[in-house]
Design a binder for this molecule. Structure first.
Ligand SMILES: Nc1nc2c(ncn2[C@@H]2O[C@H](COP(=O)(O)OP(=O)(O)OP(=O)(O)O)[C@@H](O)[C@H]2O)c(=O)[nH]1
Ligand SMILES: [Mg+2]
Length: 242
């Protein structure tokens, strides 16, 4: 059975009503900006995807590999606390990318994305692109509270993190329009049970598609890429309330 974010928070005995209200007040300002951004992406003909996961689960590697598909034209907004490393990795692959370094913040907010978006746009780096990909800060907690106006929210869970994470971090996995089990080449080494991920996602958000990807096997990315392409063709927009 699917629970709303509010229900998940309310059912948690470790949270009190006060903490829920504070979270919601902060959200409303971000929500307004996210709505603005949603309109901007659409006006500019860009289908936007927000990739979220723990640090190091393979987000940038996945984007580097998506650049191999010539029919998948995208630019990237990179979120990290420090350094331009991820943006530079993508630029080396010929992908236009703008880095946001948040300093101390553990998530991206819509206003940060707006600044990066305008920088890409002013450089002409959104022209002739169909997709804008936002790589969120590696964190399975805070990004779940900040809408960035993306049409699709994709959650990565890498094999070395363990197959039990979905129900431990339910709030973020509830955002997912799709879950990517990344580093699938490591499944046997870690005794990772894909069936556990399927079972837990079924409890949390039934029928969410789950993809297995590996940087060692580029074909494994094709299904994910086709899923994104189809969602765009269908005009799908996430209705998840952050
Ligand atoms: N075995 C294996 N290693 C992978 C795979 N994908 C990524 N890696 C490795 O995992 C490490 C982290 O990958 P990144 O792509 O930087 O992960 P990230 O999620 O972007 O990390 P942050 O931006 O720091 O959150 C790197 O050493 C990658 O080479 C994979 O499919 N299989
Ligand atoms: Mg990265």
């Amino acid at each position: 059975m699917q629970h709303s974010r509010q229900e998940t928070l309310q059912n948690n005995p470790n949270l009190n009503a006060k903490s829920i209200q504070v979270v919601e007040r902060i959200l409303s300002k971000n929500d307004l900006k996210a709505n603005e951004m949603r309109e901007k992406y659409t006006q500019d003909g860009l289908y936007t995807i927000n990739f979220m996961s723990s640090p190091g689960s393979g987000k940038t590697t996945l984007l580097e590999n998506l650049a191999n598909f010539e029919d998948f034209r995208f630019s990237v907004i990179e979120g990290d606390m420090q350094t331009n490393r991820d943006a530079e990795r993508l630029q080396k692959k010929g992908v236009f990318a703008e880095q946001i370094a948040t300093g101390e913040a553990c998530h991206l907010e819509a206003s940060m994305v707006e600044r990066a978006y305008e920088a890409l746009k002013n450089r002409g780096e959104l022209k002739n692109k169909d997709y804008l990909i936002i790589e969120n800060i590696g964190n399975l907690v805070c990004p779940a509270s900040y809408d960035l106006g993306a049409a699709l929210n994709i959650l990565l869970l890498s094999v070395p993190e363990g197959d039990d994470k979905i129900l431990k971090y339910p709030t973020i996995f509830m955002c997912a329009d799709a879950v990517v089990v990344s580093k699938a080449d490591m499944i046997d080494y870690f005794g990772f049970r894909v069936s556990q991920v399927q079972e837990d996602m079924q409890k949390l958000k039934p029928d969410t598609p789950i993809f297995l990807t590996s940087s060692k096997d580029l074909h494994s990315l094709e299904k994910l890429k086709n899923f994104i392409v189809n969602k765009r063709t269908q005009g799908y927009f996430s209705n998840h309330k952050f």
